[in-house]
Design a protein around this ligand. Structure first.
Ligand SMILES: [Zn+2]
Length: 120
């Protein structure tokens, strides 16, 4: 039986696996962290929250300083759907363990492949 856990995440109670709700891709053991089965995009927070005030005139523009904030987007490696996002201080590790580089199997539609890595 598949139970929706978030907008983009199922848990299959029979097989105890995490699944993408969009494409059904298996994201890993449900007794572990589903983020380990995703690709991660380490975003520049200024791309997501551009300055509201002119940075030439004001020191604080309501845009996050990358020295104080990083944004991680976790995406399905099969369909590219963004499943989760985390806002962290730059030196903090994600709620997952350390990352290693990987090439996605398909071209995600919402995440940029050149910047994605597997989160394990
Ligand atoms: Zn998917």
């Amino acid at each position: 039986m598949r139970v929706p856990m978030t907008e983009y995440l199922f848990i299959d109670l029979d097989t105890e696996r995490w699944l993408c709700r969009i494409c059904g891709h298996d994201l890993g053991d449900a007794r572990g962290n589903y983020k380990e089965g995703t690709l991660v995009y380490d975003r520049d927070p200024r791309e997501i929250h551009p300055p509201i005030l002119d940075p030439e005139r004001y020191e604080f523009t309501f845009s996050p300083d990358p020295a104080f904030c990083r944004i991680l987007e976790f995406c399905c490696p099969q369909c590219g759907t963004q499943i989760e996002a985390e806002y962290l201080p730059p030196s903090a590790a994600s709620s997952s363990s350390a990352a290693r580089s990987a090439v996605p199997r398909s071209r995600p539609s919402t995440c940029r492949p050149a910047t994605l890595r597997r989160w394990t």
